[in-house]
Design a protein around this ligand. Structure first.
Ligand code: APR
Length: 255
């Protein structure tokens, strides 16, 4: 973001400065991320422009009931990513959240994303409440595979027993990992600030977490290209890969 004189400071820059002050002064900041934070890493979102669900019906391609009858559907939309898993890299937005954690200003990242990019960025405390495409297992003998090392095929079958393989992700109709979800709800109840980044707030129970935080007295800071959470005190209408590093720069100016 180029330097501008005081009269040209945009509303976005004012909101970024407000966000930096809030993160610096209030305790217990957590982040909730959605597909938007990974768009700048070349991974399409689901519902916004170029989203996966514009091409594929999630009730067919991402439903556990359909998977049990025809696993090739889910593998059609996820096989390519898993086999190219190492080619996807975190962007400045992921790296900024890792830096906030290193600075002691971020307790954890609660993510709906299954792309593993928060882990790749070096973030330590990550709650993958929709699971991850990094781990794949045989539904029959439970043998574990790690992306990108899986057998060929759509779907791929287990090399030990011939059972069908399933990524360790939450499909529609499945429950979320109980431990991760319970911790995410606790962190949302106890936080002083929640950064809500790149999520359209369409899928529950993840979409309820900002409301839980807000009701518990936390300040919500939304970074998104649409204002999905009108109850957010601060709304930054900017790409997360630009806004998050800028917030860190402002925090360093304050320190
Ligand atoms: N920076 C910030 N926000 C962005 C960016 C960006 N560069 N690009 C897109 N966005 C925003 C969009 O405006 C939209 O609000 O990210 C959001 C993406 O919304 P969705 O595609 O609905 O993704 P998400 O909210 O994560 O979906 C939640 O739905 O299908 C399920 O399991 C899937 O975890 C997913 C869940």
């Amino acid at each position: 973001m180029e330097d501008t004189n005081i009269s040209e400071i945009t509303s976005t820059e004012k909101e970024i400065t407000r966000a930096a002050n809030i993160i610096k002064t209030r305790k217990r900041c957590v982040a909730l991320t959605g597909a938007g934070i990974s768009v700048e890493s070349g991974i399409p979102p689901f519902r916004s422009k170029g989203g996966l669900w514009e091409k594929y019906d999630p009730t067919v391609y991402a439903s556990i009931d359909v998977f049990r009858k025809d696993p090739s559907k889910y593998w059609t939309i996820r096989g390519e990513f898993i086999r190219n898993y190492n080619n996807y890299q975190p962007n400045p937005g992921h790296l900024a959240l890792m830096e906030l954690e290193t600075m002691g200003l971020l307790r954890c990242v609660i993510t709906q994303n299954i792309d593993g990019l928060h882990a790749k960025s070096g973030s330590k405390d990550i709650l993958e409440i929709h699971g991850s495409l990094r781990e794949i297992y045989c539904v029959n003998c439970k043998r574990q595979y790690i992306a990108p090392d899986i057998p060929a095929g759509t779907p791929p079958y287990c090399e030990s027993c011939g059972g069908v393989l399933k990524p360790n992700t939450v499909l529609f109709g499945e429950s979320l990992p109980a431990t991760a979800l319970k911790r995410a709800q606790e962190e949302s109840e106890e936080c002083g600030v929640m950064l809500v980044i790149g999520t359209s707030a369409n899928v529950f129970p993840a979409a309820a977490l900002p409301e839980i935080a807000h009701r518990s007295g936390a300040v919500l800071v939304e970074i998104n290209l649409e204002n999905a959470f009108p109850q957010a005190e601060v709304y930054i209408n900017e790409k997360s890969g630009i806004a998050l590093p800028e917030i860190i720069r402002r925090i360093k100016d304050i320190i």
